[in-house]
Design a protein. Structure first.
Length: 128
């Protein structure tokens, strides 16, 4: 069974996609950029503040699916500046602690939300 999930407290998608999709026991969280879900505004700043907003969005989406950050098994991180890696990594570690999901980090020329410095997607495993 596949379920498309639009949890409360998640930023509204800016395109034809779901914030999360549950396929069996696996939850796929769409790439998140630093958008405040209440105002719908982009939260721009240094990469640490943007990373914090992105991971908070992922955390809220997972909560709406009955999961937590500890259930995340993989993340994809997309940065527009390789020099931001260490600062991003510090905030990332705050959110994941000892759970340490598998991760790919890719440096990209730009993101669809042009001003953003970071986008992160996630895959979680949470048996029903």
């Amino acid at each position: 069974m596949i379920e498309r999930i639009f949890p409360p407290g998640a930023p509204q998608p800016r395109g034809p996609y779901s914030p999360a999709v549950r396929a069996g026991d696996t939850i796929y969280v769409a790439g998140q950029v630093p958008i405040d879900p209440v105002s719908g505004q982009v939260v721009l700043g240094d990469v640490q503040s943007e990373t914090r907003q992105v991971l908070t969005n992922i955390q809220n989406i997972l909560a709406g699916c009955g999961a937590t950050m500890a259930d995340v098994v993989r993340c994809g991180v997309y940065l527009t500046n390789a020099g931001d890696f260490q600062a991003m990594n510090e905030v990332y570690a705050e959110f994941f602690g000892a759970s340490k999901p598998a991760r790919t980090t890719i440096i990209v020329a730009a993101l669809p939300l042009k001003e953003a410095k970071i986008e992160i997607d996630a895959v979680a495993y949470k048996p029903r």
